[in-house]
Design a protein around this ligand. Structure first.
Ligand SMILES: Cc1ncc(COP(=O)(O)O)c(C=O)c1O
Length: 432
């Protein structure tokens, strides 16, 4: 590897430093070297687009100019055969614009705010990897609540060499803003924080007052001289079941909070639109006073990391989504699926209200959203409960960080009573 960053990376870095912006200083060493190879095969192919004879790109076309496509595949999905061609590493332009417009609709406070065009990632997992690559140096801390999606360990510790630095997620039954702030204010100018609402595993989303307090704490940190990268994992966005709980992403506030705070929003259809295997996600940047050129530079760096890891995201998946988002039935169908999950959430609340005796066996952790809720078994090891529950009641749950996680997203309403009855019974049995 050469000492100097590639000349294209240098140009992007110059854009990110322009006007005294601190965006460049938030990047990792690898992020500073990242660039999109706009001049090689891709650039030359783009220049030749529309040429009478085009012998540039490594895809194949029939004699009549349509993409070569096996008929047995072509008939499987109702899309033109162009959906089998490569998508750009940035993602399909129409899908990026559609998602940006949808972000504004889903987060009305974003209406007049500027932020980058989303970059398409291979779903959120890959988006987290791209964000880790761009912003995390080996040994660097990533501040996050202690109840987090365990794949952050592979993505951010093992792959990027970062160190997850947790704070207790709850203080009583509220989000522990003070715990987060204490870590933000520890020595060091640059801080990375990861916030995931609705949260996996707890199913907790910041209430409106939590959200205000989180943003205020981040503001105090940047005003105290910190440069903050706030990574927002919005995988379960939109699945909020209670009044008074934030329905908008923190991104809506953080994207223009302060020039020294860069918000990196990771989201996508995986959980929101129930397409777990489709593998499409989005990564969007927002920072107060960032110029269009600076957003373009960040997008080019992210697309360069996409190009250097998976090349580009499935065109078929992106095309299917675009069709779905243009379908007039989309909103109604999405609401129906939301209602299904909300019914289960309401049922769980009703079960707890009807069974005060469960309080002798377990304590539910705060939950108000998402796919999951967690309980803390009392006076007994969670793993012992999990094993006994599976062996004696044919009931499967997950144990994480000493808690039992229940994915009510995958349990029909009429089995929820039995699920909690089984949990209670097993804990009582194991105790005696
Ligand atoms: C909090 C959180 N973030 C990200 C992901 C990954 O989502 P995707 O399947 O889109 O990669 C998950 C999946 O379980 C998750 O729970």
């Amino acid at each position: 590897m050469t000492e100097q960053a590639h000349v294209l990376a240098q140009a992007l870095n110059a854009d990110l430093q322009a006007g005294g912006s601190s965006l460049f200083s938030m990047l990792s060493a690898k992020g500073r070297r990242a660039f999109f190879p706009s001049r090689g095969i891709l650039g030359q192919s783009a220049e030749a687009k529309g040429a009478a004879i085009n012998a540039t790109i490594g895809t194949a076309f029939e004699e009549d100019g349509t993409p070569l496509c096996l008929e047995c595949l072509e008939g499987l999905v109702n899309l033109p055969s162009t959906a089998y061609l490569y998508a750009p590493s940035f993602g399909l332009p129409e899908l990026r614009e559609t998602w940006r417009d949808m972000l504004r609709t889903k987060n009305p406070s974003l209406a007049d705010k500027s932020f980058s065009l989303p970059i398409v990632t291979h779903a959120l997992t890959h988006g987290i990897g791209v964000a880790g690559y761009l912003f995390t140096d080996p040994g660097e801390s990533l501040i996050l609540p202690d109840l987090y999606w365990d794949n952050y360990e592979l993505l951010l510790e093992e792959a990027c060499g970062g160190t997850l630095t947790p704070f207790p997620m709850f203080e009583g039954d509220r989000f522990n803003v003070a715990g987060m702030e204490r870590l933000l204010l520890t020595p060091g100018d640059k801080k990375i924080v990861i916030l995931n609402f609705p949260n996996n595993p707890t199913g907790y989303t910041a209430t409106e007052s939590d959200a205000k307090a989180i943003c205020a704490a981040l503001q105090r940190a940047v005003e105290a001289g910190k440069r903050v990268v706030a990574i927002l994992d919005d995988a379960y966005f939109g699945l909020v079941y209670e009044e008074g709980v934030s329905k908008e992403s923190l991104f809506a506030v953080l994207c223009d909070l302060h020039p020294n705070l860069l918000a990196v929003k990771l989201d996508g259809p995986t959980k929101e639109d129930y397409v777990w295997g489709l593998r499409v996600g989005f990564l969007t940047f927002g920072c107060k006073d960032a110029t269009p050129a600076q957003y373009k530079a960040l997008e080019a760096k992210a697309a360069g990391v996409v190009r250097g890891s998976i090349s580009s995201v499935t065109n078929i998946g992106q095309s299917l989504l675009l069709d779905a988002y243009r379908n007039p039935a989309y909103a109604v169908q999405k609401q129906e699926k939301f209602n299904t999950l909300k019914r289960r959430y309401d049922r769980i609340k009703a079960i707890f209200a009807a069974h005060p005796e469960y309080a002798h066996s377990f304590v539910p952790m705060p939950f108000n959203s998402g796919y999951f809720m967690c309980i803390k078994p009392l006076g007994i090891d969670a793993e012992a409960v999990r094993k006994h529950l599976l062996a004696t009641r044919s009931t499967g749950v997950i144990v994480l960080m000493g808690l039992i996680r229940i994915a009510f997203s995958s349990v029909p309403c009429d089995k929820l009573d039995a699920l909690f009855d089984n949990l209670h019974a097993v804990i009582q049995e194991l105790r005696t």
